[in-house]
Design a protein around this ligand. Structure first.
Ligand code: KIV
Ligand code: ZN
Length: 513
């Protein structure tokens, strides 16, 4: 096999639509810029008809992100397709992706349409989309549970109507790898015109098989892979793109294929998504998990010390993992910090670097040395930072056995300090209540986690807070050697996100004490 596989990233559409992963238009734009730096070929920026926010985010990505093709999703109705085109039209290279379900269960129970009506709807949609956009992708939703004869007819009609990409989704993660490879091969031989279009694979992970199924599709001849960073997505997720990219890169003997991705930016891209959504990957996640390159067992450590290749099939450097154990401390300058960050695949603006350096210096005042993973945590706080309507200036917490925890907090906004004290069920609750009293909001705390970024009693702790006000969910993240400070700052960051979304002007006061 030879050739190049196009990487189609749907983190901002299939990934973002799953519970807990929603992002604001600004966050989507930031993620899209990072995906462009990573070198993906296509960014699916959203489903414009689904909401005004979704439309706005997709349009901003189309306007402001150059490099990859920008794609948006539409059902087969003319309104969907016209709205999709409105959003994506400004892109350097624009694609409309239209889809309709072709499996008996979806047609009968969800769409309540006959196969003939589905066929006609798909054809009309592709024809309209192609009158508008230079690239049109057609997906037969639930393709793997569709009847092969009918699937062939729908794909043939879509190609004749002008589709440039034909996608074969395993929508519910039902296909087994071999079976999926056979399906791709059967479609390639049976559908006239299939050799003139790009064949795309789109696999979900319900049975934990998405990577295997995707790669079976690639071996069968597909030349576009659709997936998400960290495998986020509906239910058990979409295929994790980093796994497919590294499989193709690690086994040239088997695949003989390349991608346009700069794999050294995988780690930074994965971390950015965690920072934006507040959801980490599990430690044993392939490629990007915290333990993916850790060797704990003595016999493994012995082997790795003798020759890394004994237990490492890919190097940490190849995904941009910070391996430079160069420890930073209070004598390290901005350049050393910048070098450590660049080694980890982060490209910061001057302003972001200034803020990260300030945070780094604060940590150095309390801790002799700062490890590479701790530096990354500090930076993640800065790159995902919302506008700072409120800032945590000071706080004091009193707690102990048999006493009611209390917190006194001072926040600033517009140069004005406001202080409030509150009690709570625990010290963190008291801290959050005092912040609520200042900002005059009472969001529900949906989730709160604290973790040590590296080992050791002196380690930097990272707090992630998710809050909800009405239907609006916001995530804040902060790190410090003091976990209460990290918690307070993360809570304030989440409040600032909520306020920014509501367009609330900077307040000057607060509520009465
Ligand atoms: O999984 C799926 O079928 C989809 C389609 C919209 C391509 O996401
Ligand atoms: Zn999907």
């Amino acid at each position: 096999m030879t050739g190049r596989v196009a990487i189609f990233d749907t983190t901002l559409r299939d990934g973002e639509q799953s519970p807990g992963f929603s992002m604001t238009p600004e966050e989507k734009l930031e993620m899209a810029r990072q995906l462009a730096r990573l070198g993906v070929d296509v960014i699916e920026a959203g489903f414009p008809i689904s909401s005004p926010g979704e439309f706005e985010a997709a349009r901003r990505v189309a306007r402001e992100v150059s490099g990859p093709t920008i794609c948006v999703l539409a059902r087969t109705s003319p309104q969907d397709i016209e709205r999709a085109w409105e959003a994506v039209q400004p892109a350097e290279r624009a694609r409309i992706h239209t889809f309709i379900a072709t499996s008996p269960i979806h047609m009968a129970r969800k769409l309540r349409m006959s196969p003939e009506a589905v066929l006609m709807s798909a054809t009309d949609a592709v024809r309209l989309a192609r009158r508008l956009a230079p690239e049109v992708e057609f997906s037969a939703e639930d393709a793997t549970r569709s009847e092969l004869e009918f699937l062939c007819r729908v794909f043939e009609a879509a190609i004749n109507a002008g589709a440039t990409v034909i996608n074969i989704p395993d929508t519910v993660g039902y296909a087994q790898p071999e079976e999926y490879g056979d399906l791709v091969r059967a479609l390639m031989t049976r559908v006239p015109g299939m050799d003139r279009v790009t064949i795309s694979v789109h696999c979900h992970n319900d049975l934990g098989l998405a990577t295997a199924t995707t790669l079976a599709g690639v071996r069968a001849g597909a030349r576009q892979v659709e997936g998400t960073i960290n495998g986020i997505g509906e239910r058990a997720g979409n295929v994790a793109l980093e796994e497919v990219i590294m499989a193709i890169r690690t086994r040239p003997d088997l695949y003989g294929l390349t991608t346009g991705v700069d794999s050294t930016r995988i780690f930074a891209t994965s971390r950015l998504l965690c920072a934006l959504t507040g959801i980490d990957v599990q430690p044993n996640k392939a490629v990007v998990g915290a333990n993916a390159f850790a060797h704990e067992a003595g016999i493994h450590q012995h082997g790795v010390l003798a020759d890394r290749r004994t237990y490492e099939i890919m190097t940490p450097e190849s995904i941009g993992l910070p391996t430079n154990r160069l420890v930073l401390g209070k004598h390290s300058g901005r350049h050393a910090l910048q070098a450590a960050l660049e080694g980890a695949g982060f490209r910061l603006t001057r302003e972001e670097l200034d803020r990260a350096y300030q945070r780094f210096k604060d940590v150095c005042d309390r801790k002799k040395t700062v490890l590479p993973e701790e530096v990354v945590a500090l930076v993640e706080e800065e790159i995902a930072a919302p506008p700072r309507t409120w800032e945590l200036r000071r706080f004091a917490v009193t707690t102990g056995s048999g006493m009611l925890p209390s917190a006194s907090v001072t926040l600033t906004t517009g140069g004005i300090e406001t202080e409030r004290s509150r009690t709570g069920d625990g010290p963190v609750n008291a801290l959050f209540e005092a912040i609520n009293a200042i900002v005059a909001l009472s969001p529900a705390l949906v989730d709160y986690t604290v973790r040590a970024v590296a080992g050791g009693a002196e380690a930097v702790g990272e707090a992630v807070v998710r809050i909800r006000l009405d239907h609006d969910l916001a995530v804040g993240r902060a790190s410090s050697t003091d976990i209460l400070e990290a918690s307070g700052r993360a809570y304030v960051a989440a409040i600032n996100k909520l306020l920014a979304r509501r367009g609330v002007p900077v307040a000057a006061g607060g509520t009465p004490a």
